[in-house]
Design a protein around this ligand. Structure first.
Ligand code: SF4
Ligand code: SF4
Length: 158
């Protein structure tokens, strides 16, 4: 008889503890979002897409064509070409194969003029692999070539 009472007590307390966990999970603030309807802000140090931002003072990018980023890239996904000599040198090609990039950040670290930076975009997925080749114009625009998610509600504070 005592054994039966003990078992009944254990069943009731077990049920109570289980329901307590469930109810607490229902009323607590959620840590998940309904992506892609909702998105969270990423850290300022996030390694998203790479970009060559335009300098607002000069109206052009800040690249001095030193080739250091191309040399340091472990995946050999940066391709730079230029014409002219010394101060007259101009970029004719600056391509990054984002499908090969491992987002290590070495190119950003080595750049002496902060001409190449990470931007917070992470939605670069595409059905066409050629869309992952970012040329000079794409890198200056600093946005994904084929954004997948539309009509997004951005929620702040995260
Ligand atoms: S983040 Fe790394 S792998 Fe990607 S382009 Fe820069 S150096 Fe290359
Ligand atoms: S390291 Fe910077 S300045 Fe040098 S080529 Fe790369 S982006 Fe241009």
């Amino acid at each position: 008889m005592l054994d039966l009472a003990t078992r009944a007590w254990e069943a009731v307390t077990g049920l109570y503890l289980g329901l307590r966990v469930t109810i607490l999970a229902l009323v607590r603030p959620k840590n998940t979002v309904k992506y892609p309807i909702e998105k969270v802000n990423v850290s300022p140090r996030w390694h998203g897409l790479l970009a060559l931002p335009i300098d607002p003072e000069t109206g052009s990018d800040m690249c001095i064509i030193c080739f250091q980023c191309e040399r340091v890239c472990p995946d050999r996904c940066i391709h730079i070409e230029a014409t002219g000599r010394a101060k007259d040198r101009v970029l004719t090609r600056f391509d990054i194969e984002m499908d090969k990039c491992c987002y290590c950040g070495l190119c950003v670290e080595v750049c002496p003029t902060e001409a190449i930076v990470f931007v917070p975009h992470y939605e670069a997925s595409t059905f066409n692999r050629s869309n992952l080749l970012y040329d000079l114009d794409d890198l200056r625009r600093a946005t994904p070539k084929e954004p997948i998610a539309h009509g997004v509600v951005r929620i702040g504070g995260r």
